[in-house]
Write a protein of this length. Sequence first.
Length: 276
Amino acid sequence: MNAFRVDGEVAVVTGGTAGIGLAAARALLDAGARVVVCGRSEERGEKALAELDGGPDVSFCAADVTDEADVARLFASARSAYGPVSVLVNNAGPTDLLHGRDVDGPLGHVEPASFDRLMDRTVTAAYLPTRAALADMVEQRRGSIVAITSMAAAQAIPGFDVYATGKGALESMVRSVAGSYGHLSIRSNAVRVGRIAVDHGGGLKAAADAPEDPEAWREPRLPAAGRPEDIANAVLFLASPAGAYVNGVVLPVDGGVGVRSLMPWQTPRPEMTGTR
């Protein structure tokens, strides 16, 4: 048996019409799942279905995952099309709100309405789908929930104080669900994302990193941006039998950005690492 197959599973992917969500939907579909892609735009949903080209095994449902009625309709649609949901990917997030730099910022400058809006799109957007999915998973006594979080949950990113707060809360929710439902064979994990080459305005863009510099070790730079597929591969692992013994884990998939040197003068010279 291929442990990375998810044949027979019914998956809901929120924020699934582009970028990481679309790549996760494709990975699950290619591995045998029947997938419901969720997004707020019908137009982007139709475009995503055309790109996935999965025939009857993939469908789209327009829904705002911060709205309880929309989430109920989303899961009713999934059950009607394919049966009880056994995999949930909580990918929908507030990235579109962050581009203008007028919603988030240093906490003392963030208005209460902006705080509420960001927390709604970061935490409520995962809580409502998780709550709906758990109804199916508890009845089946199995399931896998995977949340997409950010390195902002673990290290300060100045100017994104509320976003970081929300992602930290999301990781705590992931662990709490794992602890509360693990005995029912329901797993809850997260993928903590670093820099991914995604244009949130609509599609993938190439990473624009400088050519390799033989003296680059002297002044370490951020790792090259990853691809949505790098995150999708981790999602598939956590959703599949390959990850059956993984529960309550936040898996960093960040190219090593979480362990990069903050003190370049202490970075090992090439001859110290066995390279020339």
